[in-house]
Each structure stands twice: as C-alpha cells, then as structure tokens.
Design a protein around this ligand. Structure first.
Ligand code: SF4
Ligand code: SF4
Length: 185
C-alpha cells in the first residue's frame, strides 16, 4: 500500500499575499461570495475528495483566496481534483459556492499559466470534434436501442465549431500546454 502524502503547510511570507486578489476574484461570476466564508469547515468535512486526499481541502482554498495567495493557488495541481459534485454548495451555510470558485481558479490557471491537465484537453477536443465530451461507442448505442430508448440526438457540428471559434476556445486548445495527471496522494 502506498504511503499517503500529507499536506505540509509552509510559512507564508508577506510578499506572497496579494491584498487585491480576493476583490478581483469576487468580481468573477461564481466567486462573488468569497468574502462571506467564515471558515466553518463544513465544505471540507462533506467533500468526497477531501476524504481520500489530504492535498485537497475546499476550506483551505477559500482561506488562501482570502489571504491573497494567488501564486500558490494557481500553481497547485490539487485544484483539478474537485469532481464538481456540488456537495459543498448544498451544505455551505454562507452560500459561498466553492465548486464555482474552483472553476474560476481553473480558468485563471488556463488563462495565466496556459496549462491544464491532459485529460481536460482531450475531453474538450473530443467535444469539438464530435459534439460529445466522450466518444459514444457503437455498442452503447446498440444497448440503448435494445432497451427501447430513442437514439442520441445528433450534434450540429457546424454550431459546435462556431461556438469554439467565437469564444476563442479552439485557439486556446491549440496553444495550451498540458500535464499528465493530478497527484492526489
Ligand atoms: S462551508 Fe462555506 S463558510 Fe464554511 S468553510 Fe466552506 S466555504 Fe467557508
Ligand atoms: S464540488 Fe468539489 S469541492 Fe465541492 S464537495 Fe464536490 S469535490 Fe468537494
């Protein structure tokens, strides 16, 4: 059995703290309520990822934003461990929406560091090419038909391509770097 890696806190230096960061973040859709977090820890207690990874704690993410530790946050691969199950959103007494905060931070990583996990690039590329995030195997389609389910809707690939172009996402996909996997332990 592999040894579980523990989160090792390091001393925070004053020059690492960007006092404007929480205000900048709070202007982004989904992150407006960051200042309401009072560090109760409910999100971490209920987060299914936190149960197996000491490296990913949503309460810590909220605290780091409040402290302005932008560089640490954007360099932390554990950000990509969130499964977007929304349990934290359902349970937060302050309505902070941690899962949305994580999305905002991931977008900042992609924009400023120009890197995402390889699997995300693969999913986005599949979406662009097929209109589906996952390649749907023929066997799955046959199973649906055998169960009497209607065929899956046919994506309009012209519209999909237009959305990717208008939003600039096809260019982002071309240029973005990737890393192989996110370490959880
Ligand atoms: S549950 Fe809400 S208020 Fe409590 S620590 Fe998490 S984000 Fe902050
Ligand atoms: S959405 Fe992410 S942070 Fe929130 S409970 Fe689920 S895995 Fe944890």
């Amino acid at each position: 059995m592999s040894e579980v890696k523990e989160y090792v806190p390091s001393v925070i230096k004053a020059d690492e703290m960007d006092p404007k960061f929480k205000y900048e973040i709070s202007k982004m859709p989904g992150a407006e309520k960051i200042m309401l977090c009072f560090q109760c820890g409910t999100c971490t207690a209920d987060c299914p990822i936190s149960r197996f990874s000491d490296l990913y704690k949503p309460r810590r993410i909220a605290h780091m934003i409040q402290l302005g530790l932008k560089d640490r946050l954007l360099s932390d691969e554990a950000l990509w461990l969130c499964s977007t199950c929304f349990t934290c959103i359902d349970h937060c007494p302050q309505g902070v929406e941690i899962a949305s905060l994580v999305r905002v931070l991931r977008n900042l990583v992609a924009k400023e560091k120009k890197v995402i996990p390889l699997v995300y690039k693969e999913l986005a590329t599949t979406l662009m090419k097929t209109g589906y995030v996952y390649v749907i195997p023929e066997s799955r389609r046959k199973k649906r038909a055998a169960q009497g389910l209607p065929p899956l809707p046919k994506p309009n690939l012209e519209h999909v391509a237009k959305i990717f172009d208008v939003t600039g996402f096809s260019k982002v996909l071309e240029d973005i770097k990737t890393f192989d996997k996110v370490k959880s332990e």
